[in-house]
Write a protein that binds this ligand. Structure first.
Ligand SMILES: [Zn+2]
Length: 166
C-alpha cells in the first residue's frame, strides 16, 4: 500500500535503523515501499535514479529500494564494503524534502553488499550517479540526510529551479 513519505524534521528520519533479522516479517514493509516508490515515479521524472528507505515511511529497519536505469533493487542490511579514493560533487534531492537540491561530495565509485528480497547475498559495484544514489540511501539508514553533509547545511540548499550545476 502506498504510504506518505515522512518529511524532513520528522524525528524518525534522524534515527539509526536496526538490521533485519527475519525477512518474512519485513515483507509487508517492502511491499509498501515498492508501492510508494511506484506512485512517486508516476508523478515525477527522475533522470538520475531514485530510491527510498524504510525509515521514510516510518519503519526503522535497514531496507532500501533503489531504481536506476529501469532496474529496481531491494537492499536488505546493505553495507558499503569499498569506495574510491576520489570524491565528486553530485546534485542530490530527497523525497523527504523534494523542493530543494544540494551539491553533495560523494565517493565516485562504491561497492555495496546486501541481501535481496529473497535473502540472497548480492554485490553491487556502482559509479557516479548510481554510486551517489546508493550512498544517499544508505545514509538514511543511519539517520543522515544529505543536507547534513553540506558544508553550510541548510544554507547550501537551493530551490529546484535555481540550482547552479557544478
Ligand atoms: Zn532521501
Amino acid at each position: 500500500m502506498q504510504k506518505p513519505v515522512l518529511k524532513r524534521g520528522n524525528p524518525l528520519l534522524a534515527q539509526m535503523c536496526q538490521p533485519v533479522t527475519d525477512i518474512e516479517k519485513v515483507r509487508p514493509i517492502i511491499l509498501d515501499m515498492k508501492d510508494t516508490l511506484t506512485h512517486i515515479a508516476g508523478l515525477y521524472e527522475f533522470k538520475r535514479g531514485h530510491g527510498i528507505a524504510a525509515s521514510q515511511i516510518g519503519h526503522l529497519v535497514r531496507i532500501n529500494i533503489v531504481q536506476f536505469n529501469g532496474i529496481t533493487q531491494v537492499l536488505i542490511n546493505p553495507t558499503m564494503t569499498d569506495f574510491s579514493s576520489d570524491q565528486i560533487p553530485i546534485r542530490e534531492g530527497c523525497l523527504s524534502f523534494f523542493d530543494v537540491r544540494g551539491n553533495v561530495s560523494r565517493y565516485k565509485a562504491v561497492t555495496v553488499t546486501a541481501l535481496d528480497e529473497n535473502g540472497c547475498p548480492i554485490t553491487i559495484k556502482a559509479t557516479d550517479n548510481f554510486a551517489m544514489l546508493l550512498q544517499h540511501e544508505l545514509d538514511h539508514l543511519d539517520g543522515i540526510l544529505y543536507v547534513d553533509r553540506l558544508p553550510n547545511g541548510e544554507k547550501d540548499l537551493y530551490p529546484v529551479e535555481s540550482m547552479p550545476i557544478i
